[in-house]
Ligand binder design. Structure first.
Ligand code: SF4
Length: 402
């Protein structure tokens, strides 16, 4: 393909091409259900036309995402796939000759998105960018696009904006006024891990400072945006203990609404191309631990780590804790307070509230009671609880619970 053709690509064709190559980052509230790795284009027919290929690529850039406004088809795209930085894991890193570089101006991107939105293809935008000319310049383009959508196109729907490393306080603030969600990806759990992943990013000044700004801005004025971050897991020796303990601080101090754990996947023609993929099971266990911190009031020290400072892969962290502390000393469901109920496998925040309400009316005596309350898996809770002084009958599982 010659350069002239690339320059002359229409906005929709550029969006389609970006959709074909941009598949790495989770965007919504159920990241484990999203497809975040690039796949090969699988044509419906042996020789798809360019139009068919573009349509398929465009579809690939639309993700069904669980947003704070409910599940939405979200266009996940970038202002540019060109970048002056050299993050070791990234398909868009500077100097990666096999990467196609495509750039959209704010009005082009806003126009393409609006066409897709009016055609009923999407109802949400997740906008990221490579960096050319510094983080401030890249952030300006992201903000300009959101301004066009909100002010000129009067788009009221879901927008998730990436905050570039090095962007200014006022840019973070404006992004938070325009978006439903902003993300600032820390990538590594410590400055040393980040240096191993992305040597040109500075952990405290470029990234963490901006995450803390988002909480400061929320505390000072009414802005709609929540904030999130992402870690690349398993490329540079990071441990789950590092990731979980930083996650706890971020939930408590920066009030992040979500933390994404993206298991490392080697991209050809990058310095990490020969590293092995990180385990998806590990990613899953990190999400489980993260939810315990965020939704169950657990602390890092409540979560068990092995001698290698990683979570067990064979059992979820809540069950691992309960096997140690609750099997020999089950808790009485008719008396336990909410935090204690939340320690029991199979009992989440909704189930705990239902149990608290129900026992004001009557005594809970068997698993059928719990089932009638809507507790989804009372059998899971059974080995760890007493109901009116007695351990409920439960079947021993022949297989480990995932
Ligand atoms: S700054 Fe972003 S786009 Fe650029 S190389 Fe790093 S991760 Fe990739």
């Amino acid at each position: 393909m010659n350069m002239n053709f690339r320059i002359q690509l229409e906005p929709m064709a550029k969006l389609a091409r970006i959709g074909e190559i941009n598949g790495y980052e989770a965007a919504g509230d159920a990241p484990h259900a999203e497809h975040t790795r690039p796949g090969c284009f699988t044509p419906a027919q042996p020789k798809p036309t360019r139009q068919e290929r573009n349509a398929a690529s465009l579809r690939r850039s639309i993700m069904k995402v669980a947003t704070p406004r409910g599940p939405k088809p979200v266009l996940r795209t970038m202002m540019t796939t060109a970048c002056e930085r050299n993050c070791f894991y990234c398909p868009f890193r500077a100097g990666r000759s096999s990467a196609e570089r495509l750039t959209l101006q704010p009005d082009e991107l806003a126009d393409g998105f609006t066409r897709m939105q009016k055609a009923g293809m999407v109802d949400g935008l997740f906008l990221s960018s490579g960096i050319i000319g510094g983080g401030v310049r890249a952030q300006d383009k992201i903000i300009d696009t959101a301004e066009i959508l909100r002010k000129k196109q009067n788009y009221p729907g879901y927008i998730h904006l990436k905050i570039m490393p090095g962007s200014e306080y006022e840019q973070v603030r404006r992004s938070m006024q325009l978006a439903d969600r902003v993300s600032i990806n820390l990538e590594g759990a410590t400055p040393g891990r980040l240096a191993g992943l992305a040597p040109q990013k500075e952990f405290w000044d470029d990234l963490m400072q901006r995450l803390l700004w988002t909480e400061q801005i929320r505390s000072r004025e009414r802005v709609r945006a929540s904030s999130v971050t992402q870690f690349v897991v398993g490329a540079v020796g990071d441990t789950d203990l590092e990731l979980v303990s930083l996650s706890e601080k971020l939930y408590r101090q920066a009030r992040l609404s979500r933390i994404y754990y993206s298991s490392f996947y080697p991209v050809p023609d990058t310095p990490f191309e020969d590293l092995p993929s990180a385990s998806l099971k590990r990613q899953h266990r990190l999400y489980q631990a993260s939810f315990l911190l965020r939704d169950y009031d657990w602390d890092t020290e409540d979560i068990g780590f092995g001698p290698d400072q990683n979570l067990r892969l064979d059992v979820d962290p809540k069950q691992a804790w309960a096997d140690i502390y609750l099997r020999a000393a089950p808790i009485e469901l008719n008396r336990a307070d909410r935090p204690t109920l939340l320690r029991v496998p199979g009992i989440g925040p909704k189930s705990a509230d239902r149990i608290l309400r129900a026992r004001r009316q009557s005594t809970l005596t068997d698993l059928q009671h719990l089932r009638a309350l809507g507790v989804p898996s009372p059998q899971k809770a059974a080995p760890y609880v007493l109901l009116n002084g007695r351990q409920p009958v439960h079947q021993l599982s022949l297989f480990p619970v995932p």
